[in-house]
Write a protein that binds this ligand. Structure first.
Ligand SMILES: [Zn+2]
Length: 325
């Protein structure tokens, strides 16, 4: 994890591996400070606080959660008493998709030899994902701390004269998707509408919404974008990710029309723009999302997490690459 200054008053902490829990965080170091996203577990959240504390005068009184996923909200409890800002949907969604008890149980199971053996025959993808998580994460002690200030379409802060625009853009990757724009410093904190140099994961939302959001980021013309996952970039990051998503949707359509399942399609479609990225087998989720749209299913159709990780695992195996989640 490293600290980077991205403008006069904006900072980022970046995780290196770009796996599913390696989310980035941001800091706008004005008017007492605003932290954007709080990491996946308490150890990482403490490390983030330690890095940011080199530049902030005291613990910030404000936090923004860019959406409801665990890897962006599980350090919230270390900001006791802070105002936590998020889209109106986020508290209820956090209870559904970021329940720490389930993940704690899973990692304990994967960490236990006999349970792991049983689980492996049923769900090799879950075991592989769990073992990867165990290399870096420990979900013990995490409590869900929900946002306190909710907004619908837009929320504005004025930090010592610097405007901060908190803009709802979901659902594209997840229901609560929000980006944070600091116009004066030409910085956008994109949350998970932008993955950089790693295959994006999308849960709830539509391709069209996602394209609109990436176009909006380009229109805002930032000098620096802090993605939800992966290294810093400029607008080329948004342009490249849109091209990737368009490519996957187009290829998925050909496979759908040919009668292939989404899993077979994901095994067959060339990685294309993502061949140099981390975790390219995550393309299964993007293929499956395209299939859901072709089948006219609602964008909030639930995911079977075990089946999803198993599918990513099978795609990686079929291509002879390491299964990275
Ligand atoms: Zn994330």
């Amino acid at each position: 994890m490293e600290l980077k200054q991205v403008s006069d008053n904006c900072f980022a902490v970046l995780n290196e591996k770009n796996r599913v829990c390696d989310a980035n965080s941001g800091l706008i170091n004005l008017a007492g400070g605003v932290v954007i996203d709080t990491q996946s577990d308490l150890a990482h959240a403490r490390q983030m606080i330690e890095l940011f504390s080199r530049v902030w005068p005291a613990m910030p009184r404000r936090v923004i959660n860019t959406h409801e996923d665990a890897d962006h909200v599980w350090g919230n409890q270390l900001f006791r008493g802070a105002e936590i800002i998020a889209h109106r949907s986020v508290p209820e969604r956090m209870k559904q998709v970021a329940n720490p008890k389930e993940s704690q149980k899973l990692l304990h199971g994967v960490g236990h030899f006999l349970t792991r053996l049983v689980l492996k025959t049923l769900h090799p993808g879950i075991v592989a994902a769990g073992q990867q998580l165990l290399e870096d994460y420990n979900f013990d002690g995490i409590e869900l701390v929900l946002p306190t200030t909710l907004f619908d379409t837009r929320y504005e802060l004025n930090l010592d004269g610097t405007e901060v625009h908190v803009i709802y853009v979901g659902p594209c990757h997840q229901v609560g998707d929000t980006i944070i724009h600091v116009p004066k410093e030409r910085v956008v904190f994109a949350g998970d509408v932008l993955f950089r140099q790693c295959a994006p994961i999308g849960w709830t939302g539509s391709y069209e919404k996602w394209f609109q959001c990436l176009d909006l980021i380009v229109q805002l013309n930032p000098q620096v974008i802090v993605p939800g996952h992966g290294p810093l970039c400029g607008v080329e990051g948004a342009i490249e990710m849109k091209a990737y998503l368009q490519y996957i949707r187009d290829e998925s359509k050909k496979c759908f029309d040919a009668g292939l399942t989404s899993l077979d399609a994901a095994k067959r479609i060339e990685f294309g723009p993502s061949s140099e990225w981390r975790a390219p087998a995550r393309l299964f989720m993007n293929v499956e999302r395209a299939y859901r749209e072709f089948r006219n299913e609602p964008p909030d159709a639930p995911w079977d997490q075990a089946a999803t990780f198993d599918a990513i695992y099978q795609v990686a195996k079929a291509r002879g690459i390491e299964a990275e989640f």
